[in-house]
Design a binder for this molecule. Structure first.
Ligand SMILES: NC(=O)c1ccc[n+]([C@@H]2O[C@H](COP(=O)([O-])OP(=O)(O)OC[C@H]3O[C@@H](n4cnc5c(N)ncnc54)[C@H](OP(=O)(O)O)[C@@H]3O)[C@@H](O)[C@H]2O)c1
Length: 512
C-alpha cells in the first residue's frame, strides 16, 4: 500500500450515489491512489449504513470512512454514529470522526476492532501559530485517536510554515491539510516533514489546494521524498501556468538528485523569504510579478542581474545560507534569437559568417518592460542592437529606454511604428499568455515589417503572435526555446552540477 518512505496517497471521494462511489474508487485506483476516503456524508441515500456495506463489499482499495457533519446531505448526528460504528464492525482500515463528535461519544465503543480512528478538526481564523496547533493537537490526542487530522484554512503560503513545524515535531501520526489554492505545498511537502498521509484529487474533479493524483504519481513522485529532500520552487502569482515542475522534477530524478520543485503561490516575496529561511528551502525560480522585488531579497546579486534590475533565479548558498540572485532570462532569450538567425543564414547561404552577434547593428523592438523585458533589453544592448521600447506603462518604458540608451514610444503607437529593415520584434509582455491566448500585442499586417519575431510567452507554445508571424513569412522564435535554456541554466545553479540537456529538451517536446 504505502511507498518506501511510508507515504500513503489518498483521494477523498464525495459522491451522491453508490454507483458513483464505486466507479470513482476504480478511477482512483487507476490514477494511482493507495487509499480512498469515502465521504459518506456526501451521499444522498436513504440508508447510509446499507450503502456502506455495499461499497465496502465492492471496494478495491483500503479506505477511510468519514462522516463529516458539516458536509452532510441531510444526515444527522445519529446517522453519523451509525455509519462510523458500522465501519468499525466492517474492520475498515480507518474511521474518521469529527473532534466534536469524539468529545461526546464513548470512544471505547470504537476501539477494539482492526480499524484505526482518525479524529479530525477544522482550524479557521487567520494565521495559525505553532502554539495554537500544538494545543489543539494535545486536546485531540486526549480522545485516544490513532491519527489526528487538521483541515486548516490559510490565506497565504507563509501561513503553512507553522504546519510544517508541527508535522515535524508531532508525536502522533498527523495529517495536515491546508485548504485552498495557497495550501498546495502542504500536501506536496508533507512527506518531507513527516506527514502521515497526502491527499490528491481525482482527474476531472479538481479540489483547490490538492494536487491531482496524476501529478503526484507522474511529476512529484513523493515516494522518493525524505527529510533530506531539498525544496525548490517557482515563486509567482499566478503560478498554475508554470511548467517548471514538469521539467525540474523528472530532471532531478534522472540525475539522482534528492530534490523536489513545487509551485509557490506567493503574495509578498519579502515575507516569503523571512518565513522560509531554513536551508531546506534551497532554490527558487522567480516569475510574475516578483522579479524586480526579488533583487531586494538577495544578500548578493550577480552583476548582470544587478544591472538588469531583475532576478529570476535565487539559490541559497549552502556554506552560509545567503541568498544569491541571478538572471538566466537574458542569456536564454538572446541566445535563442541569435541561434535562430544563424540557423536561417546557414540554411539560406550554406554558412553563417562572422563571429559577431547576428543581432549587432539591428533594431530590437521590445514590447514590455517588466522583468523579462529588462533582461532582453540589456542583453540586446550588450550585443550591439539599438533598443526601441513599447510598454503599456509608458513611464516604465522610458525608464528602461534610458537605462539602455534606447528610445521609448507610447504603447498605442506600436501598430503604426515602421522599424528599420532587419528589425527584430520581441514580445516580453504577458499579452497572449493563457488564458488570453486569443490576444496579440500587434496586428498580423504590422508584422510584415520585421525580420524575426520572438515571443517570451510560452503558454501556449505557439502564441497568436508567432502563428501570425509565420503566416506572413517572418521567422518566428518561441518562448519555449527561452524557457528550456533558462531552465538548463537554473538546474545547474540549483544542483551545482550539469543539467541533462537532451533529457530536458525531450521532456519539453513531449509535454508542452
Ligand atoms: N519563455 C521564458 O522562459 C520566459 C521567461 C520569463 C518570462 N516569460 C513570459 O514573459 C511574460 C512577462 O513576464 P515578466 O516576468 O516580465 O512579468 P512582469 O515583470 O510582471 O512584466 C509584465 C509585462 O507585461 C506587460 N503587460 C501585462 N499585461 C498587459 C496587458 N494586458 N497589455 C499590455 N501589457 C501588459 C506589463 O506592462 P506594464 O508595465 O504596463 O504593467 C509588463 O511590461 C510572461 O508571459 C512570462 O510568462 C517567459
Amino acid at each position: 500500500m504505502a511507498a518506501k518512505n511510508g507515504v500513503v496517497v489518498c483521494t477523498p471521494l464525495e459522491c451522491e450515489s453508490l454507483e458513483e462511489m464505486v466507479t470513482s474508487m476504480e478511477k482512483a485506483k487507476e490514477e494511482g491512489a493507495d487509499m480512498v476516503e469515502l465521504c459518506m456524508a456526501s451521499m444522498a441515500v436513504p440508508c447510509h449504513s446499507q450503502a456502506l456495506d455495499e461499497i465496502i463489499k465492492r471496494r478495491n482499495l483500503p479506505a477511510i470512512v468519514s462522516f463529516r457533519l458539516k458536509s452532510s446531505k441531510g444526515g444527522c448526528n445519529n446517522t453519523c454514529l451509525k455509519v462510523l460504528k458500522r465501519a468499525v464492525e466492517l474492520n475498515v482500515e480507518f474511521v474518521e470522526m469529527d473532534y466534536e463528535v469524539a468529545c461526546k461519544v464513548n470512544m471505547a465503543e470504537y476501539f477494539g476492532s482492526n480499524s484505526r480512528i482518525i479524529v479530525s478538526n477544522d482550524v479557521n481564523g487567520g494565521k495559525p501559530s505553532v502554539e495554537k496547533l500544538a494545543d489543539l493537537i494535545a486536546c485531540m490526542q486526549a480522545t485516544r485517536a490513532d491519527v489526528i487530522k487538521l483541515d486548516i484554512c490559510v490565506d497565504y503560503i507563509t501561513d503553512l510554515a507553522p504546519i510544517f513545524t508541527v508535522l515535524t515535531h508531532c508525536q502522533v501520526p498527523l495529517i495536515a491539510m491546508a485548504v485552498g489554492s495557497k495550501g498546495l505545498i502542504s500536501q506536496l511537502l508533507a512527506p518531507k516533514f513527516g506527514g502521515f498521509l497526502v491527499y490528491g484529487s481525482l482527474g476531472g474533479k479538481p479540489v483547490p489546494g490538492l494536487p491531482s493524483l496524476l501529478s503526484l504519481r507522474q511529476i512529484y513522485r513523493l515516494e522518493y521524498m525524505n527529510a533530506d529532500t531539498k525544496v525548490f520552487g517557482v515563486i509567482s502569482n499566478p503560478v498554475a501556468h508554470s511548467k517548471g515542475p514538469i521539467l525540474h522534477n523528472p530532471a532531478f530524478r534522472h540525475m539522482g538528485y534528492n530534490g523536489i520543485y513545487v509551485p509557490m503561490l506567493v503574495d509578498d516575496i519579502e515575507e516569503f523569504f523571512e518565513t522560509y529561511s531554513g536551508s531546506d528551502f534551497a532554490g527558487f525560480s522567480v516569475g510574475i510579478p516578483h522579479k524586480e522585488a526579488a533583487v531586494r531579497c538577495c544578500d548578493e546579486v550577480h552583476p548582470l542581474a544587478k544591472s538588469i534590475g531583475a532576478v529570476n533565479t535565487i539559490v541559497r548558498r549552502p556554506m552560509d545560507g545567503k541568498l544569491i540572485g541571478y538572471n538566466t532570462d537574458c542569456e536564454a532569450s538572446i541566445s535563442a534569437i541569435e541561434d535562430a538567425l544563424r540557423e536561417r543564414e546557414v540554411s539560406r547561404n550554406g554558412t553563417s559568417h562572422g563571429t559577431s552577434s547576428p543581432i549587432s547593428g539591428r533594431s530590437f523592438v521590445l514590447i514590455g518592460a517588466g522583468g523579462a523585458g529588462r533582461a532582453m533589453a540589456f542583453g540586446a544592448k550588450y550585443k550591439g542592437a539599438r533598443i526601441v521600447i513599447f510598454n503599456r506603462n509608458y513611464e516604465r518604458a522610458k525608464a528602461l529606454a534610458n537605462a539602455v540608451s534606447g528610445e521609448a514610444f507610447p504603447y498605442e503607437t506600436l501598430e503604426k511604428f515602421r522599424p528599420e529593415t532587419g528589425a527584430i520584434l520581441a514580445n516580453s509582455s504577458a499579452v497572449g499568455m493563457k488564458p488570453n491566448s486569443d490576444q496579440s500585442p500587434v496586428s498580423k499586417e504590422a508584422l510584415r515589417a520585421y525580420d524575426l519575431v520572438f515571443d517570451a510567452v510560452y503558454t501556449p507554445r505557439i502564441t497568436r503572435l508567432l502563428k501570425e508571424a509565420a503566416e506572413v513569412g517572418v521567422t518566428a522564435v518561441s518562448g519555449v526555446e527561452m524557457f528550456v535554456r533558462q531552465a538548463l541554466c537554473q538546474f545547474r545553479l540549483f544542483t551545482g552540477g550539469l543539467a541533462p540537456e537532451d533529457f530536458m529538451r525531450k521532456l519539453v517536446i513531449e509535454q508542452f
